[in-house]
Design a protein around this ligand. Structure first.
Ligand code: IPE
Ligand code: IPE
Ligand code: MG
Length: 255
């Protein structure tokens, strides 16, 4: 609570729309499907890569906005297990972005007490990508502020298959009876183990789908979609999503 109040009132001037948010109903975990980089670039007659590059600035912008609001977890979908289907040059470009982003921003993330994490399958990532991410994770491991969780080579179906496999191994070893398997076993076996489920999911670019993102975890998340492409997504759009979230009534199947 103190952190939230500090975040809302303790720092340099805030845009009026940020002040209008109520401090006691800030989502604890916001997940974002950062989409529309390619279309943004195309609409300006630029190559897709220019869109990805510009999207990095939005990552910075929204990370800082989430931090100021007192959000505890920000999960950003950066690369899916299906994105390997893209042309080789685009994949290679995307795989260079983490190190470029961190080379510029890691210092400030450390200063802001942000903890960097990664959720996804590390094995398929190029060495240079993995090294940069692991270095950031290591350098921020003891930070206690916003958790900035990059979904990188993440896919929810793979995640669930792996979870089922882990649970199956427990059963096979005689440590768990099939009839005793419950939500807790599943949650503890997903890549989000220990992280609360997202309160709010944001997807940019006008697509109204989930694209294999956090299928289990989003069961009761509030969903918010915008036509805005990720490179042009601003703090104002972000606050608008949070404001809308604050108006929603979450019933979880109750009345
Ligand atoms: C999101 O933008 C970034 C990634 C999926 C890596 P896109 O590259 O999907 O942009 P569009 O959807 O083609 O416009
Ligand atoms: C989802 O966007 C993946 C990321 C944002 C990283 P895509 O652009 O890959 O999704 P589809 O293909 O439109 O469903
Ligand atoms: Mg897309």
């Amino acid at each position: 609570m103190f952190q939230r109040l500090k975040a809302l009132f303790g720092r340099t001037p805030k845009p009026a729309s940020e002040e209008a948010l109520s401090a006691d109903k800030i989502p604890q975990h916001i997940a974002v499907i950062m989409d529309g980089n390619g279309r943004w670039a195309k609409s300006r007659g630029l190559p897709r890569m220019a869109g990805h590059h510009s999207g990095m600035k939005t990552v910075k912008r929204i990370t800082m906005a989430a931090d100021r609001l007192g959000v505890k977890y920000l999960t950003l979908y950066a690369f899916s297990t299906e994105n390997w289907k893209r042309p080789k040059a685009e994949v290679e470009f995307l795989m260079k972005l983490p190190q470029e982003f961190l080379a510029i921003e890691l210092k400030e993330l450390i200063e802001k007490n942000v903890q960097v994490r990664m959720m996804g399958y590390k094995g398929d990532l190029p060495d240079h990508t993995l090294r940069a991410v692991e270095e950031a994770i290591k350098q921020t491991a003891n930070n206690t502020g916003l958790v900035l969780n990059f979904a990188l080579n993440y896919g929810s179906r793979k995640e669930m298959i792996e979870a089922v496999r882990l649970i199956g191994e427990e059963v096979q070893a005689g440590r768990l009876l099939p009839g005793d398997i419950n939500d807790t076993h599943m949650e503890g076996s997903l890549l989000t183990a220990g992280i609360p489920n997202p309160d709010l999911l944001i997807r940019t670019s006008g697509e109204l789908r989930i694209s294999n993102f956090m299928l289990w975890q989003l069961a009761y998340s509030e969903l918010w979609f915008t036509d805005v492409y990720w490179p042009e997504f601003t703090e104002e759009h972000f606050y608008e999503a949070v404001r809308e979230y604050q108006r929603r009534v979450r019933r979880y199947g109750g009345v």
